[in-house]
Design a protein around this ligand. Structure first.
Ligand code: B1M
Length: 213
């Protein structure tokens, strides 16, 4: 097996034996983000496919998630840190009803490493919790993540609730069940401020930079 295949296999099989050694090896050739977006994400996509085909159970997917988290935690110190001064404050959350947080955590790492002060509210965050946090934290933008199809709908409801609370801060949204079209046609019309869709964490950074410029 090639190094890339082995890295994907750790995620697919949910095993950490040899993971750190192979990540260390991979760092000699690839950047941390290339390792995450390449072989590790390929492994996660395969996990999603196998889960969809009923070839994996939730407990096994959870083990895969643990491997992904361990890999990201190991790689984080090797990521480029580009800014020292704070560019802006971001309130980050996985929306109500959704526990998926690997993508959100990646967004947190990338924004934090690039000059943003991130306040991570965690998972299953209700619109009410967000509204309270906006009042307490006074952020420059809100970042919402969600992977389930119902989470896309939840973002529409969240936008409505934020608007009703008089909030019009820029919102950055991302997650597998979302698209730019959904964001533009379903979420944005329900909100007073701008709503931007990021397909991945790096695009999230580009858009966050644009918002604070
Ligand atoms: Co779940 N799950 N899961 N799961 N899971 C999916 C999402 C699914 C597509 C799998 C499948 O069926 N093929 C499917 C969703 C179906 C749907 O709604 N269309 C699914 C399901 C059904 C479920 C449950 C309902 C299963 C069950 O209980 N029967 C359940 C839901 C629980 C709930 O949320 N209420 C569930 C549970 C779980 C686990 C807990 C076991 C685990 C999550 C562990 C964790 O996150 N702590 C899990 C996992 C791991 C997955 C898959 C396999 C992988 C997700 C992942 O971490 N990807 C996933 C299938 C898949 O996506 N291939 C699946 C890696 C991560 C880096 O990518 O989060 O997409 P992602 O982030 C990307 C971009 O989306 C973007 O940037 C990242 C890349 O740079 N991004 C942002 C994300 N958020 C952003 C925010 C931004 C900007 C960019 O700005 C703010």
């Amino acid at each position: 097996m090639t190094l890339e295949e082995r890295l994907a296999t750790y995620v697919i099989e949910g095993t950490k034996d040899g993971l750190i050694e192979d990540l260390t090896l991979a760092l000699q050739t690839y950047s941390p983000l290339d390792i995450i977006n390449g072989p590790l994400m390929n492994g996660m996509d395969e996990v999603g496919r196998l889960f969809n085909d009923n070839q994996l159970i939730v407990a096994e997917v959870l083990q895969s998630a643990e491997v992904m988290k361990a890999a990201v935690a190991f790689l984080e110190p090797y990521m480029e840190k580009n800014e020292t001064s704070v560019k802006g404050k971001v309130l980050l959350a996985t929306v109500k009803g959704d526990v998926h947080d690997i993508g959100k955590n990646l967004v947190d790492i990338i924004l934090s490493n690039n000059g943003f002060h991130v306040v991570d509210l965690g998972i299953k965050v209700t619109p009410q919790q967000l509204i309270e946090a906006v009042r307490n934290e006074q952020p420059d933008m809100i970042g919402l993540s969600g992977l389930l199809v119902k989470s896309a709908q939840q973002m529409v409801l969240t936008a409505q609730d934020l608007k009703q609370a008089g909030i019009s801060l820029p919102i950055l949204v991302g997650g597998a069940a979302l698209s730019r079209k959904f964001t533009d046609t379903k979420i944005a019309p329900e909100y007073d401020g701008i709503v931007l869709y990021a397909k991945d964490a790096m695009e999230g950074l580009t858009l966050a930079n644009r918002i604070v410029q």
